[in-house]
Every structure is written in structure tokens, then in C-alpha cells.
Design a protein around this ligand. Structure first.
Ligand SMILES: [Zn+2]
Length: 237
């Protein structure tokens, strides 16, 4: 075999790259071993604790790993009632769904939602919605009024299935406050009063936890509700 003059520097370069890669992987493994549970990528997210910046990523990942979602509810000591899977040949299957385990009064009661949606709701309800209510209305939310979660249909008369087809979305029409008063997306969204400010803060808070949030700012079809989903797209309007 003929040795070329350029071989030795080449071998040294490869060895250096390999050494750096091994050192990097070793550092990552060491770091993962000593990370606090809340910062470990593989630890189930605690849905009740104050969220860190990793929490939203863990929620988004649940779409690929539904068992991580059930593990998060178990780790958070929040009991969930699973809804039996229901296959579909038309893109309207129910898989890994639960009854929404909201601490709020839900009208209509106990809607079916995908587990990642229920997890995102739990975060939003505890770490976004109530803070918005306290800031803008001086009291907390006691209940929500929704327009449905599950509906075998396409988006806006098109050919693409809505996230509602698989119970991966919810439409929120109003918020019932502790004093019994209700703030509704219609007619309270327009204007510059405290109810409108509350609704805008709620929309913005929802954007942290859900993949898609559509408000009356998006189009006329959403003039009376917020659409929240955990589908593949990302939008906050
Ligand atoms: Zn919707």
C-alpha cells in the first residue's frame, strides 16, 4: 500500500473530530445524570408546578409520544378518565383521549379531548388563564363555556380534516367568573375595556401552551370563540 504525504494530517483531523464528539456525548450524558428532574428532557412534565422553558417543548413532544402525556398526569397526581380508542376510516378516529380533567366548571361538562390537549389545557388553566383574570378583572375564573371539541369535519369547507375531527381542539366561547358574571368572546372582544383586555391576555397566554390559537383577530368565523389545538401547525392570531 502506498502512503501519501497528506494521510497523516487527515488521520489527525479525523481523530480530533472523534475526540471532540466523544467528549461532547460524555458531557451530555454527565449533565443528564445530574440535572434536576424538571430540567431533564425525559422526565414527565409536572403540570401543577411553575413551568420552566422546557415545559412547552415537553407538551409539544406529547403529540409523538402519548404515553408521556399519561405519565405527566400520573406524575402530577391528576386523575384522568381515558376514553376508549375508536378507529375510523375517514380520518375521525379517537386515540389516546381523556375526559378533560379541568378544575373549572365546564359547560357542557366533561368534553373528550386528546391527552396532549388536556395537558396543554391544564398548564394554560393554572399558569395563564387565572393570572390574566386576576390582573385584569381582580378575580379568578370559575368556569368555561365551550362550543365543542370533537366533530368529524374539514377545515372551513376545504379538504383537510380539522383538528376537531380527532378531538385535538376546543372552541372556547366564554369565561364564568367567581362572582357569576360571564365574559364572552362575543360581544366582549371588541373595545378597550377590562373585559376586552382580559380576553386578549387569555389569547396571548394560550399561545404559550397550544400549537394553534385563533381569535376574532384571525377571521370572522372566530368572532365568537377562541380555537385552541395541538395539531401539526403553529399559529397565534
Ligand atoms: Zn375550533
Amino acid at each position: 500500500m502506498t502512503r501519501h504525504a497528506g494521510d497523516t494530517p487527515h488521520i489527525r483531523r479525523v481523530a480530533r473530530v472523534l475526540l471532540i464528539a466523544v467528549a461532547f456525548l460524555g458531557a451530555v450524558a454527565l449533565l443528564a445524570r445530574f440535572l434536576p428532574p424538571a430540567w431533564h428532557p425525559r422526565t414527565p412534565v409536572d403540570l401543577t408546578a411553575a413551568p420552566n422553558w422546557l415545559a412547552a417543548s415537553k407538551l409539544a413532544w406529547m403529540r409523538q409520544d402519548p404515553e408521556a402525556c399519561f405519565a405527566a398526569f400520573a406524575a402530577s397526581a391528576i386523575p384522568v378518565t381515558r376514553v376508549p380508542d375508536r378507529p375510523s376510516t375517514t380520518g375521525c378516529e379517537t386515540e389516546n383521549a381523556v375526559r378533560l380533567p379541568s378544575v373549572l366548571r365546564t359547560i357542557p361538562a366533561s368534553p373528550t379531548l386528546s391527552c396532549p390537549m388536556a395537558a396543554a389545557w391544564t398548564m394554560f388553566e393554572r399558569h395563564g388563564l387565572q393570572a390574566a383574570a386576576r390582573t385584569h378583572l381582580g378575580q379568578e375564573v370559575a368556569g368555561i363555556r365551550h362550543l365543542g371539541t370533537q366533530s368529524c369535519r374539514n377545515i372551513g369547507g376545504g379538504t383537510v380534516r380539522s383538528q376537531h375531527a380527532t378531538a385535538n381542539a376546543i372552541d372556547i366561547a366564554g369565561f364564568i367568573l367567581r362572582d357569576g358574571r360571564e365574559v364572552r368572546v362575543a360581544p366582549d372582544w371588541p373595545g378597550s375595556g377590562r373585559d376586552a383586555a382580559f380576553l386578549r391576555a387569555v389569547r396571548d397566554a394560550a399561545c404559550r401552551w397550544f400549537r394553534v390559537v385563533l381569535s376574532p383577530d384571525y377571521d370572522a368565523a372566530h368572532r365568537d370563540h377562541f380555537h385552541l389545538d395541538m395539531g401539526p401547525w403553529s399559529s397565534c392570531r
